[in-house]
Design a protein around this ligand. Structure first.
Ligand code: AMP
Length: 210
């Protein structure tokens, strides 16, 4: 069983790359951001609590996130391992994960801060299949129509605005970026330049995984 962590600032392209890498590795993609947004949409107790933090661009408390992951690893498809996208985001989350599942590769997708705001503020996704697009860097071929599934249900995230992005970026630097050293100390961190064409980044990640 091998599990992968995709690590990087908000807007680094973790979700986009995870959706591609999952096709090669067969490991299911686990995005705590997607799980939380589903909980918010369904109005669950977790969703109501998490929404306060998400709207403010702050990290949701570790206990909530760790409970979500403990439940997720019980699903039958987790037996071969999982690909985590946006988790762990703090040292306590990484410590908890190490007691739950073995992480064999951590891929850090590096993008400079000055590129993050333009990346996040232009992004949208298909409400049906979840593929992520960008107004400038990766638009749909036909305006408003998903290339993958043909849906016209395009969505923008409530927290993808300039104010929240700056808060999310500062949470990343203060609470999440120390994880790079933590995983490097375990000898499983691989760095990838995320400021390139999407296909090239995918190639680099696949090389780093081998
Ligand atoms: P994401 O979709 O990964 O950008 O996450 C969106 C928001 O969900 C973040 O800004 C946090 O508020 C929250 N979130 C997602 N994953 C985590 C996590 N592992 N730890 C804490 N908060 C998280």
């Amino acid at each position: 069983m091998s599990s992968i962590v995709l690590f990087g600032p908000p807007g680094a392209g973790k979700g986009t790359q995870a959706a591609r890498i999952t096709q090669t590795t067969g490991l299911p993609q686990v995005s705590t951001g997607d799980m939380l947004r589903a909980a918010v949409k369904n109005g669950t107790k977790t969703g109501i609590e998490a929404k306060k933090y998400m709207d403010a661009g702050k990290l949701v408390p570790d206990s909530i996130i760790i409970d979500l992951i403990k439940d997720r690893v019980q699903d039958p498809d987790a037996v071969k391992g999982l690909m985590f996208d946006g988790f762990p985001r703090t040292i306590p989350q990484a410590e908890a994960l190490s007691n739950i599942i073995e992480v064999t590769h951590v891929i850090a997708i590096n993008v400079p801060d000055e590129r993050i705001v333009e990346r996040i503020c232009g992004r949208y996704s298909c409400g049906s299949c979840g593929i992520v697009y960008h107004d400038t860097f990766n638009p749909t071929k036909q305006d408003g129509v998903c290339d993958e599934c043909g849906s016209t249900d395009m969505k923008r995230r409530a927290d993808d605005n300039e104010d929240t992005v700056l808060q999310r970026l500062s949470a990343y630097h203060e609470q999440t970026s120390p994880l790079a050293d933590w995983y490097d100390g375990l000898g499983i961190l691989r760095n990838v330049n995320g400021d390139k064409a999407i296909d090239e980044i995918t190639k680099d990640i696949l090389i780093a995984l081998n």
